[in-house]
Write a protein that binds this ligand. Structure first.
Ligand SMILES: Nc1ncnc2c1ncn2[C@@H]1O[C@H](COP(=O)(O)OP(=O)(O)OP(=O)(O)O)[C@@H](O)[C@H]1O
Length: 271
């Protein structure tokens, strides 16, 4: 049995985690997971940025990818997107090896990071139009109107994206990430530049989207209360390796901590 198979829901060696209540994975624990990361490694010159990472994300789950600065989260997400080629191992999305077959699943995925800027000279509407066309979204004008309404972007829809505030840009980026109704959504610190009110609002949108669509979300975040709110399960990395995984409450119990914040600090000091 591969390590990936051991991490299939219901077979988790440590936790035997059941699928979350609204998860389509509940009825079929053996179906192809949304994301499967198997023996994944990435070496830059002499440095292993990602070093033998294994985990799965069953369909319909929200999983947090956590770790301190330089732990390897962004590199792992980049390999899951098929943007960085693994040195060893593979990242599978909906059964496709992303280093070889990503064209087969890209239309069912999307990505958001405040650190990846959208073209600044294009207006918000033009950006949504460009990405909508790239993803082949049907009835695109209607979809853009829905997103502008849902994300409260009416006042800035015809302004250059580069001239918006960081918070406004983040809302545009999340709207862009949902334009193709993705089955799999990868989020790299989705609320990093938002004030607490806006951050909560974006989390609400993501939660609504996940529930409505049964979508799978893998999210990296340094905001532990956010992770506790959104995630069914977390994978914690340090120095390119997975050092712990489990449900947020289980991890707190396992490490005798009050919450995930304390677990994070504990692991950052010992791992
Ligand atoms: N293109 C690259 N060339 C060389 N080294 C890289 C490259 N990209 C990342 N690294 C290194 O790989 C390691 C992991 O980086 P990565 O960006 O994946 O970490 P991270 O967990 O996302 O960190 P942060 O929380 O600070 O964003 C770091 O030591 C980083 O310096």
């Amino acid at each position: 049995m591969t390590r990936i198979a051991q991490l299939t829901p219901g077979k988790h060696p440590a936790t035997g985690i059941p699928a979350p209540g609204n998860s389509p994975a509940r009825s079929d624990a053996d179906e192809v997971p949304a994301i499967a990361v198997e023996d994944l490694c990435k070496k830059y010159r002499t440095h292993w940025a990602v070093d033998d990472v294994n985990f799965i994300v069953p369909k319909g789950w929200t999983v947090g990818l956590l770790g301190g600065n330089g732990a390897g989260k962004t590199t792992t997400i980049a390999m899951i997107m098929g943007l960085v080629v693994p040195t060893f191992g593979r990242a599978m999305v909906l059964g496709c090896d992303m280093a070889k077959d990503r064209h087969k699943v890209l239309s069912r995925m999307n990505f958001e990071s405040p650190y990846v800027a959208l073209p600044g000279r294009l207006t918000v509407r033009e950006n949504l139009m460009v990405f909508g066309r790239l993803y082949g979204v049907p009835d695109l004008k209607t979809r853009i109107a829905e997103l502008i309404e849902e994300f409260g972007l009416g006042d800035v829809a015809d302004r250059a994206t580069g001239r918006l505030s960081a918070g406004q840009k983040t809302r545009v980026a999340v709207a862009k990430a949902l334009i193709n109704d993705p089955d799999v959504l990868l989020l790299d610190e989705p609320t990093a530049s938002l004030d607490p009110d806006r951050a909560e609002w974006v989390r609400g949108r993501l939660r609504d989207y996940q529930r409505r669509r049964g979508a799978t979300i893998l999210l990296s975040s340094h905001n532990m209360p956010e992770v506790e709110q959104l995630c069914d399960f977390v994978v914690i990395m340090s120095h390119g390796r997975v050092v712990a995984m489990g449900r947020p409450r289980e991890l707190a119990e396992r490490f005798k901590c009050r919450d995930l914040d304390e677990v994070f600090i504990h692991l950052a000091r010992v791992a």
